[in-house]
Write a protein that binds this ligand. Structure first.
Ligand SMILES: NC(=O)c1ccc[n+]([C@@H]2O[C@H](COP(=O)([O-])OP(=O)(O)OC[C@H]3O[C@@H](n4cnc5c(N)ncnc54)[C@H](OP(=O)(O)O)[C@@H]3O)[C@@H](O)[C@H]2O)c1
Length: 286
């Protein structure tokens, strides 16, 4: 019997990964889901999953949570700027538990990406390599939801805003990335593997806007802005300055091809084509 642990189960990707493990036929009693606040994953407990409290900043809680675990997925923390220290604590707990496989949700092209957001992932990958643990890297490109969650705003203003020029992004749904993580965790040939994960068909933001227009029947077009102007617009819409600047920097990375992969790794891992932008838009508008 193999016990699987998924961190960040209160978040979107962690929860979907737990559900994807169950979909693959892993017994709920063989799955441990962790979160800072167990109330946030009570729905998973109701499915028979064991829930354990673990905070990435609290080594003792992590060590308790990892006890008896065979394979684990570290879902990267959302605390940008604090992630390396947090992930180091998780890696230490996984080492102490002697896990036979540790997955990590990194960023596509982590070793070459020039995006600010890639730095913490690269450092985490270095910690993982130094740990000597059997590791599988799930290097995710952008979520399609980064765009579809903004669909209503884009339709209201008739514009998809960005600073990505003609760059192409291999965005895929969180559910597809979660299915890939679950597939990698249950397989027996994954130690040492690096998956560059993204949607089957990369697209420009202009193409995304055209698909949104076609699916919604509403006029909407891509408006390319200088990065500083995009940052100022996002701040004007209520985003904190630092976060807005990181998003604009990510669009510059997108323009360079930092979020592009044509590896085919995602559809290969999940055994089917990835969800298309049109399908994701349809689901978001429904
Ligand atoms: N590829 C992309 O487009 C993209 C976009 C956004 C983020 N990401 C990265 O991918 C990760 C997963 O995405 P997501 O959509 O699932 O993000 P999410 O819904 O924001 O989930 C983030 C998870 O991190 C947990 N977390 C934060 N600080 C923690 C701590 N100190 N201890 C334990 N858990 C902590 C959160 O727990 P709480 O519920 O307790 O806060 C939550 O479960 C993100 O955290 C981020 O690193 C990728």
């Amino acid at each position: 019997m193999t016990t699987y642990l998924v961190t960040g189960a209160s978040g979107h990707l962690g929860r979907l990964t737990v559900l994807a493990l169950l979909d693959r036929g892993v017994a709920a009693s063989d799955v441990v889901a962790t979160a800072r606040n167990l109330d946030a994953i009570a729905d998973l407990a109701a499915l028979g999953v064991e829930t354990r409290a673990a905070d990435y900043t609290d080594s003792a809680s992590l060590k308790e949570a990892f006890a008896g675990v065979d394979r684990a997925l570290l879902v990267s923390s959302s605390a940008v700027g604090e992630r390396v220290a947090q992930h180091a604590n998780v890696i230490e707990a996984a080492s102490e538990a002697g896990v036979e496989l540790l997955g990590y949700t990194s960023i596509v092209g982590a070793d070459s990406s020039g995006m600010i957001l890639a730095g913490e992932h690269r450092q985490t990958e270095e910690l993982l390599a130094a740990s000597g643990l059997p590791v599988v890297l799930l290097r995710n490109s952008w979520y399609l939801e980064n765009y579809t969650a903004q669909a209503a705003t884009a339709l209201e203003h008739g514009a998809v805003l960005g600073a990505a020029g003609e760059g192409r992004v291999s965005a895929a749904t969180r559910a597809d990335y979660a299915a890939a993580a679950a597939a990698a965790l249950v397989a027996d040939d994954q130690a040492g593997r690096i998956h560059e994960l993204g949607g089957d068909t990369a697209f420009t933001l202009g193409e995304y806007a055209a698909t949104l227009a076609a699916e919604s029947g509403t006029e909407v077009a891509y408006q390319d802005l200088p990065a500083a102007e995009l940052t100022a617009t996002l701040v004007g819409a209520g985003l904190p300055e630092q976060f807005a600047a990181i998003l604009a920097d990510s669009d510059l990375g997108l323009a360079r091809g930092d979020l592009l992969t044509e590896s085919g790794d995602l559809s290969r891992l999940i055994g089917r084509p990835t969800t298309t932008p049109a399908e994701a838009i349809r689901a978001a508008l429904a």
